[in-house]
Design a protein around this ligand. Structure first.
Ligand code: SF4
Length: 333
């Protein structure tokens, strides 16, 4: 078995926040002990509601923020600290696609010039090579040369996200973090961009972390899926299995709200209680105020993420009781 391209080990990220103008600053833990592995050539989907910590996890994995604890290894080597020369050197191999393509593009520059920028920054090839590479990149994301002469505001949302993708691919990265890359697009355009990502991943042997709250899209593109709730991974497994037989009560609720096409529609599980708020994290299992299966232990003890079957891990006291022979994967405070 080959080593994973990306290994994330017990990442923790806490922000200092003040409640109100005169409130005392206190720590709000956005990512709380996340451990993940992403194999070469695979897409790992990362799902969860707003406030679950998935975008922060994406930034930590790319080194755009430094963790308070834990580590990220890329291609077997620990990721260098942000803004060091070593970190800048590794950035050509790892890129990020953001939700808002207009915000990611420079409104004053034509698209082709922006696609070329990373080649200039990393001094890749000579003038002729860079010109040819830009043409190749525009073709690979299905944009014409004529679109390359336009400015971002003259493009549709789908065209802009393709341009962002072309720029991200300029230095031939091995790893892409896509943070809600289609959620700002019309549904019809979403499918085109997701299909393009699937094609490019196969053509270029890309490894991807695909972050989204949209389970339909995650199911379409991911080989494996991690579900996050209030900074922790609560379920992790093969995408097909996880969507067919979700184990964690939170995953069950998410899946019931977004059944697979053609699947028998099971009863929708509507979660009560407040949506996740990292500034007011409950004791014990963070999901217990909303969990229909909560019992006394859940209010005082956080469940560890345990392997309950090959390629399936769950953080729930009930699953641990049922499986009996579960293997503890990551310590949870
Ligand atoms: Fe629900 Fe308890 Fe499992 Fe948490 S540990 S998901 S509260 S049953």
């Amino acid at each position: 078995m080959t080593a994973p391209l990306v290994s994330v080990d017990r990442l923790v990220r806490t922000y200092r926040m003040r409640s109100g103008m005169f409130g005392r600053p206190r720590g709000v833990c956005a990512v709380d002990g996340v451990t993940l592995k992403i194999n070469r050539g695979e897409t790992l989907g990362l799902v969860g509601e707003s406030g679950s910590g998935k975008s922060t996890t994406g930034r930590l994995v790319l080194g755009l923020e430094n963790p308070d604890a834990g580590s990220v290894a890329f291609d077997g080597r620990r990721l260098p600290a942000m803004d060091t020369p070593e970190w800048r050197g590794s950035r050509a191999r790892m890129q990020m696609i953001f939700q808002d393509p207009l915000g990611a593009l420079d409104r004053r520059l034509p698209i082709a010039a922006q696609v070329r920028e990373p080649l200039d920054i990393h001094a890749v090839g000579d003038e002729a090579f860079r010109t040819a590479r830009v043409e190749e990149l525009m073709r690979s994301v299905r944009l014409s040369d004529e679109v390359g002469q336009r400015y971002p505001h003259e493009l549709s949302g789908g065209q802009r996200q393709r341009a962002v993708l072309a720029r991200a691919l300029a230095t031939k990265p091995e790893f892409l973090v896509c943070d809600e890359p289609v959620s700002a697009l019309d549904v019809s355009i979403q499918a085109q961009v997701v299909n393009l990502l699937i094609d490019l991943q196969a053509e270029l042997d890309l490894t991807m972390l695909f972050i989204s709250h949209d389970l339909r899209v995650v199911r379409q593109i991911s080989e494996r899926v991690a579900v996050m709730y209030l900074g922790r991974v609560v379920e992790l497994g093969n995408a097909d299995d996880l969507f067919v037989s979700p184990q964690h009560p939170y995953t069950r609720a998410l899946v019931s709200a977004s059944p697979a096409p053609g699947a028998r529609r099971s009863e929708r599980i509507v979660l009560s209680g407040d949506p996740p708020n990292p500034a007011a994290k409950p004791d014990g299992c963070a999901f217990h105020p909303r969990c229909p299966s909560a019992f006394a232990r859940c209010r005082t003890e956080a469940p560890a993420l345990v392997e309950v079957a090959p390629d399936r891990s769950v953080a729930c006291h009930l699953t641990g009781l049922e499986s009996g022979a579960a293997v503890v994967l990551g310590a949870v405070a």
